[in-house]
Design a binder for this molecule. Sequence first.
Ligand SMILES: NC(=O)c1ccc[n+]([C@@H]2O[C@H](COP(=O)([O-])OP(=O)(O)OC[C@H]3O[C@@H](n4cnc5c(N)ncnc54)[C@H](O)[C@@H]3O)[C@@H](O)[C@H]2O)c1
Length: 333
Amino acid sequence: MVNVVVTGGAGFLGSRLARELLAAGSLEVAGRGARPLSRMVLIDRAPVAADLAADERVAVICGDLSELPGPVLTGRDALAGADVVFHLAAAVSAECEADFDLGMAANLRATESLLASCRALGTNPVVVFASSVAVFGASGEHPLPAIVSDHTAPNPQSSYGAQKVIGEQLLADYTRKGFLRGRAVRLMTVSVRPGRPNAAASSFLSGIIREPLAGERAICPVDARTEVAIMSPARAIDGLLCAATSTDQAWGGRSAVNLPALTLTVADMVTALERVAGPEASALIDWVPDPAVAAIVTGWPARFRTDRAARLGLVPDPDFDSVINMHLAETQH
Ligand SMILES: NC(=O)c1ccc[n+]([C@@H]2O[C@H](COP(=O)([O-])OP(=O)(O)OC[C@H]3O[C@@H](n4cnc5c(N)ncnc54)[C@H](O)[C@@H]3O)[C@@H](O)[C@H]2O)c1
């Protein structure tokens, strides 16, 4: 039997991951053979989706991870018996820039308290941490290389990126100490995200596709020549699951793994939208520069060499047309 915990289980990726795991009905943890999924705890300060809450294998803890007392997390109702913990709860990039204290609480203190609770279990659980491409950035003394590899040193240029780097390092040290088996994956910008816009600086990278496909106008705040690194929701879930299922040997170390990226310009994305949905779709995009958003997004690298992910069998999306078609297939019933 496998017990799974998902923090951020009400969020976009957390709920998608939870649905996929529940549908699969079993999980192989760190290469130890697939076992039936008997229990899943979803922790979030927001309410989780009704379909997930209704599953008899699911228990929901609604609360702020940074404020949940240790006994709640390690006790009978939450982490007890956890084989794998997916730590996805986080405040997103622009939120953390706008509210420093929120980012420190949601991304740093919550992560620290979760790791301490995992340690207190004494069972060495696998802990998968959703990090981000925002750990990278360029500064005067530390320019970005033309291509970012698994060996490129993080140099975050936002509070969110700094909090993700610290989370990665804490996870690595808890792993070194033998308290848990940490696996950090750096997600590229996930597009196309369904639903409504969120407070991430990269939110428009879904909005400029999602809204026009629904016949609504969307704002693009950056220049069309801006290069970005994208992954579809499906490839993001592949990365999170691979982190949970790989053997320690295959995972290959304590440092974070850069997940595969599809590199393209915003203009390429809009051209793909036109190919899939016609020029009337791309005509719904208003190009309204926002220097604050552009400063964050253009500071992230777009070109990657992801050898470690490739060795783990992870692949990028083949092209953006297929990403748009996947979004249409999932949202149009
Ligand atoms: N979606 C992307 O493009 C992307 C890219 C890189 C990294 N990531 C990372 O992946 C993870 C999941 O992203 P997402 O897009 O699903 O985000 P999301 O905002 O949809 O979900 C995050 C969830 O975490 C919850 N949460 C935040 N702070 C909390 C706290 N203190 N206590 C309890 N719950 C809390 C929120 O209520 C939300 O439901 C995050 O860690 C994010 O930083 C996402």
